[in-house]
Ligand binder design. Sequence first.
Ligand SMILES: [Zn+2]
Length: 838
Amino acid sequence: MKTTKIVWTLLVAALLLGACAHPKLKTEREEGETGFTREELFGHLPPVDYEIPNDAQFLKGVKICLDPGHGGDAHIPRYKRGPTGVREAEMNWTTAQFLKEFLESAEAEVLLTRSGDEDVSLAQRARIANRAQVDFFISMHHNAASRESANFTSTWYHADPDYGPMNLDLSRYVQQGVAEALRLPEVAANPLKSDYLMYPDAGFGVLRQLEVPGCLVEASFFSNVIEEQRLRHPEYLKREAYGYFLGIARYVAAGIPFSVMRQPEPGARLQDKQPEIVVELNDGLRDRGGWGADRNWIFMDSIRVRLDGREITDATYDPQAKAVRFKVPDKLPNGVHLVEVGFRNLSGNHARPHTHRFIVACPIAQIAVTAKPTSLHPDGVSYALVAFEASDADGTPVADGSTLRVEAEGGTLEQFAVKTRAGKAHTYVHSPLEPGTIRLRVRGDEAEAALAIPVGRDAVPLIYGQVTQQDSGKPLEGIQVELTFPTAEEAGETLTLLEGAEPDTWIHYLGRRRLDKQVSNEEGRVIFAPKGLRPEAFTLMINQGGYYRRSFPVQFKDAQRTIALNLPAYPVAGGILRDKIFLLDPEGGGVETGAVDCRGNEASDLNLAVAERLKVLLESAGAQARLIRTEDIYLSAQQRVEIASNMQVDRYLAIEHGLAEDATSGVCFLYFPEMEGRRGAERASARAAAELGLKDLGVALSGDAKVRHAAIPASAVRLLTMDAAEVDNAADPAWLDREAYALYQGLLAQLGLPKEYSAMLSLRAVNAQTGLPLEGVEITLDGSLSRLTDASGRCRFSSILPRFYDAAARKKGYETFWVRLSAAEEGEYVLALRPEAE
Ligand SMILES: [Zn+2]
């Protein structure tokens, strides 16, 4: 048996992140606290007069968002600090304050992403700029590296140059301004850098989420001993800010080109599917007037026109109107269309990205109308969904928002006017109290259509459901509702099967069969017309990932033919996991190098077992989960980073079991600050530890390549359990369940969900032949958790994980019953056991 131990890498991680020892400074050089003389620090820099240059006049009215990087991180030891502890967040802040003053003295409008030393998320920073629709955004940072002498200025743009050429114009000017001001000893071979170099195919979170032009500047390296000392002087930061200012002023002075759509009018609704488009190009300079302002200041071959993302090659430039024009080559579908024009002015500045919008809306020529159900009862309660499909003369769907007017004779409409979406619209018509016919008529533009709905006592039974959010009562769209009915065995009788019932397609649910399924529409409604079955004992069941499975009995009384039910749906975990995609990475695999417990269980196997269980939990809460490996195979860190980067996922979690040096069992979350906040990780660690009854070992900065380079919110968790006395059998399935559940709760806590969720499972065992309750049936969940049924045939598992279980029901003299059950469901499952054949 191997007894290798995992060496904890926390210390290594801290070292990688720049937690170096304080530098030794020679005492004879000391001046104040810094150890450097003024001459050594600033002797190479010429004096600055901080004058506002003449060409800064063009900054007037320009809207700029400044983003001083980081903030609110003073409590984190060694986080983004220089060798003697100077904080990056502070230097970024001070520089931004100086820059704001310079820009405002030139009458630019300045917006800051933080108002002090506070933690603002990257998404929020981008949102501030997007909402204000600023002309451009500059994220202001200082750099760090493990190479102590590193010190140069670099400016970062998002993705590739073609992603936003304007970002590179801005980057170039700002880079030059800052580099000129600071005169650092090193020069990068190419100081303009793509953020894909750091996070392949993702880039920096703040730049990725920008909808306005922007760049990120790393002015100098605070990890450099002498540079850090310069950066503690406000006058040095003012010099840096002045460099930014000159760069920005020169960029704006060179003119920021833009375009304006002249024909059709922006936002116009056209009936022409092949209109002529005219877009005026402005070089960003000519409105200033002056000599030659009437001349052409645009590079002709730089003009590129796109319609709905497709390149238009035969657009022509009209120098008189200073506009490009083209006729749309093929007939456009009804709806919104987008025109983009890119070009460059004579200073080389690219046009501000702008998308011009117009709408093609041809009149309605045909309307198709259908009703569900096709006949109604004369009860004043039943109703039909009336659906319309509207198309134009070419047979293509009409533009969204086209109006249809509906009339009903002999019935009551819910809406008389409806608007189309993707050519479709619907309303509801309610039945009268007397038999007869409802005559519907619908009109839109020049088109008209009619439909008759018979109202009679021979109509099929109708079951109406409206799915609503349990707490708010709001209708829920897109929820699958199933109509089930009991099997003959459970009902204790033979069901009359008539035309339309297709037993082969039924899905069995423990003594119930699925007859039909529907997905709730915009109003949360579903309508079942179960043709061909005796209607006494139906059940509607909400069966949708992310929602607790719930059953609603449908009880028809006497001559009743219509039933309407409210179907409140309760989202698992408050719905916050719905549609989120998780990537779970069970550490290790293949050639075992990790920990092994006293019983020979390898950490990599446990990691995988817990990840598989966590996947089930996440899926039952409506999330998607993927595993980076599903077998005992070796993957390098590099391979894992690549897999994580290439998968479109929202969140990454590495799972690791280990042995603590001091045999303390506990939970520790690792995070990387650019991607995931410390507070979230702290909450996750605390919740997971509490669930497991283990010690909360807190959080640590991750030096893990995968966590740092996954380019998505990423964390790793370490479960220190393998040699702890109280959990000596880590391979116990019940313990692995608990671990998975603890991590699930940890993730919920990390996402800010305060509540705890658990579920229960109620079962009743009956004799499949007699329908009588069976006492003493042993029900086992996942081969571990067992209960015996009581005299009424019932048993109950409470406070269990809200997920699916493989259950077995055993009793001597009966065939063993295997079934997959969801503990998220309310109500009772009935297990019908067949007596063994003699
Ligand atoms: Zn930074």
